[in-house]
Design a protein around this ligand. Structure first.
Ligand SMILES: *Cc1c(COP(=O)(O)O)cnc(C)c1O
Length: 467
């Protein structure tokens, strides 16, 4: 067997990758025919691949590398912790300094009385925890029939069986017997795609009131919680109309159900606030965090619980946990990552300086003939590709065709921008500089030009059914 390194020829790495490595959310035979792009190193907002390209990472990995690549402080924090205590569990009446210190810090940062941290290894695991937590909470309060959790179509809450069921991705549900029972779905507040003739404000209220209707249909005495991302991420960076969240808050308050804010993307500065709940003005009982918590340098997630939920669940033995709940190395790295975010004023800079600059530049993309709308909050944004701006029409071609072509052009122009259907999304590292924002927009524009030309050539600039 040869020893592989970043000096191994790309084709050889691709062949071995194809032979032995199965990728997440990937059509394996299609990828293997083409060969994966091999990323070798990274610095700041820049990735290098094995062919010598320098790529601007407009997605911060998977929405997670908030402080950027190459932070030596995080490397040192991990090495220090590995030398001192690489692992110990927190199951059997033991604890350790990194888990304690990070819990204290998260309790300080999280709004209101969200003061109690249950650790997981990922966002998916934390949402599995939440599903069990909210049901346990109501059972302990003498209402074990309160089992239903309401979620939204096109929400993303992770990929385990529990989290995948909590999410509303139909393509995921179609495989492997999901969703599990006890989860109900309402429609998403996606005005551009689904708002028809209504104003965004009317539409936001209408979609929020689906929650009330669903609670009444299931019976308020049977509903445990509503879970939602403050801003949908994987669903296409869908920023709800302004009327949406206040109405949701009214409904959860009125019917006394728990609100779970999935902050896996929106947490730790992504929206220009520490948490998306603050940006949206909502008061969750539980927050899910992961991704930006460690800037992706270590796998870690957590559920952050309010006093009341923690107290009630604390009255029983909660038969749940992961070997790596509160992993000391992951906690030490997360703690150092939070220090960097705070000491370098990164969240404030996104809110006051680079975020507004990115917004202005990003919104200028609506001048492009292929772009219908641009929506952005902090450093998560998306544009809608459309054959007809005025009617907000989708393409006649299968959804995602234009998005895929545009993503390919971006890739070719050394810009990572993802597509969700025919929306293009960005979520760059929060440390992106103004000059790098300029580069991002220039490359996006060039890629849109090329995609537009190709769509025209192939006769794909045709409108489908009006939205
Ligand atoms: C990524 C994501 C998750 C799942 O996190 P993993 O660490 O991939 O398990 C959950 N919720 C949201 C909103 C996410 O974006």
């Amino acid at each position: 067997m040869t020893t592989l390194s970043t000096n191994t020829p790309t084709a050889e790495l691709q062949a071995i990758d194809a032979a032995h490595h199965m990728h997440p959310f990937t059509h394996a035979s299609q990828l293997n025919a083409k060969g994966a792009r091999i990323i070798t190193r990274a610095e700041g907002v820049w990735l290098n691949d094995s062919d010598g390209n320098r790529i601007l990472d407009g997605m911060a990995g998977l929405w997670c590398v908030n402080v950027g690549y190459g932070r030596e402080e995080l490397v040192d924090a991990a090495a220090r912790q590995m030398r001192e205590l690489p692992f110990y569990n927190t199951f059997f009446q033991t604890s350790h300094v990194p888990a304690i210190a990070l819990a204290q810090r998260l309790a300080e940062l999280a709004p209101g009385d969200l003061n109690h941290v249950f650790y997981a290894g990922s966002g998916s695991e934390a949402n599995d925890t939440n599903l069990r937590l909210v049901r346990t909470y109501w059972a302990e309060k003498g209402q074990p029939q309160k089992q239903w959790v309401i979620s939204r179509w096109n929400a993303y809450h992770g990929s385990t069986v529990g989290a995948g069921s909590l999410g509303g991705m139909k393509g995921m549900h179609a495989q492997g017997g999901m969703p599990i029972p006890g989860i109900a779905y309402i429609d998403q507040p996606y005005w551009w795609g689904e708002g028809g003739d209504k104003t965004p404000e009317e539409f936001g209220l209408e979609r929020a009131r689906q929650l009330e209707a669903k609670i009444l249909e299931l019976g308020p005495e049977n509903v445990a919680a509503f879970i939602a991302e403050p801003v949908q991420g994987a669903g296409g960076v869908i920023i709800p109309p302004e009327t949406y969240w206040p109405e949701i808050q009214r409904i959860v308050d009125q019917y006394g159900i728990l609100l779970i804010a999935d902050e896996v993307i929106s947490g730790f500065g992504r929206t220009g606030h520490w948490f998306g709940s603050q940006a949206m003005g909502i008061k969750p009982h539980i927050m899910t965090v992961a991704k930006g918590l460690s800037s992706g340098y270590q796998p870690i997630g957590a559920s952050i619980l309010c006093d009341e939920v923690a107290e009630v669940v604390g009255n029983c033995e909660f038969n749940h946990g992961y070997t790596y709940s509160g992993h000391p190395v992951a906690c030490a790295v997360a703690l150092e990552n939070l220090r960097i975010l705070e000491d370098e004023g990164i969240v404030d800079r996104v809110r006051d300086e680079t975020g507004p600059y990115l917004k202005e530049r990003f919104e200028s993309l609506t001048d492009h003939p292929l772009v219908g709308e641009a929506r952005i909050i902090g450093m998560m944004g998306s544009i809608a590709l459309t054959p007809d701006k005025a009617s907000r029409a989708p393409f006649a071609a299968e959804a995602g065709t234009a998005g895929y072509i545009t993503r390919e052009r971006c890739f070719n122009n050394n810009l990572i921008m993802r597509h969700v259907g025919d929306r293009m999304i960005i979520s760059p590292p929060l440390v992106i500089a103004k000059s790098e924002i300029d580069t991002l927009i220039e490359r996006a524009w060039k890629s849109l030009d090329e995609a537009h030309a190709k769509l025209k050539d192939e006769g794909l600039m045709k409108a489908g059914r009006p939205s």
